[in-house]
Design a protein around this ligand. Sequence first.
Ligand code: NI
Length: 393
Amino acid sequence: MEFYPWMLARMPELTGIRRDLHRHPELSNREYQTAEYIEQHLDQWGIPHERVGQTGVYAEIRGARGEGRTVALRADIDALPIQEENDVPYRSECPGVMHACGHDMHTASLLAAAQALQAHREDFAGTVRVIFQPAEEVGGGVRAFVEAGKMKGVDRVFGIHSAPDLKLGTVGVKTGSNNASVDCFKVKIHGKASHVSTPQMGADALYAAAQTIVALQALVTRRTSPVDAVLIGVGKLNAGMAYNIVAEEASFEGTTRLFTQELRQQVNGWVTETVKSIAAMYGTEAEIEWEDYGSPLVNPEEICREVRPVVEAMLGADAVITDRALSCCGDNFADFQLEAPGVYAYVGVCSPDTPGSEGPLHNSHYTVDERALPIGAALYAQMAWEWLTDKKN
Ligand code: NI
């Protein structure tokens, strides 16, 4: 079975779904209308589904030929707090909210793939688990599916992301590191206020925070190898009450980005140590809270080898990009890859015909060339098909 021609023949429907989603973007964990929209389509096609958490949707397509392998397909469905500036008829109708990361494309593609696989369920054995994941932009949405048992017994997991850095008609399937881990840290430093003329009577939280923020960068240059990519960024800082008062409180927030779980644990540990020990040095006390937004995204070589020929058969021998640049942005598809072997592929959406498709992501002008929709949709369906009907297994 070849799904790309099937999708090309349904281009108007596919584009219509993407534009509906684009018109009605919803922020992370508030994807209520989006979830309902997905469910209406699944109902229309007779695909059983259930909610996972508040706004996640899980659907299941059972091959009519009996028991077999299990493949999970995942799309993220949330949008961003950005005011759209594209002048298109299907522009966002929600002020200040926009699909500026292509999740409208991912959702539309996965819906179309579910429809196609359901239409062909007489021809395969096994199960396709279809995951519409909310809250990716805030590092959420995965745990609910894992805890609901939806990743149990999965043989392969597959996902796609729109790639403005790749030309339309190409697909990035890169072995090894693709995206960084994302952890967020929030620090509060408690000191003691005093008149600025008597610093010895106080404990300066502002000074401790400033020293800590500077010292964190030394972890990059002095504690880790210069050939490992390590990013520590602090993006928010608050401290003090007035020019002549020793600051009693300071707080700051930042993030770390690493490409292996080992380095992630090590660096995050050093950040905590640095925060605590510098605070103590100046007679203050620090609290640090960590939020896990996603693991490093690593594509295993053996699974990439299963995906590349499928892309080549669909789009031609030059279509596979294997050396796409590393990104310090994260994607918590990586946390699904910790549950089952799988690959995240990057679908090229950039075309000179479509201004904004050259990116960057998370920009008020971002859009995808819609000819990438049947590619994304066919890839989802074809990968499931290949894995389920693979005679070697
Ligand atoms: Ni995204």
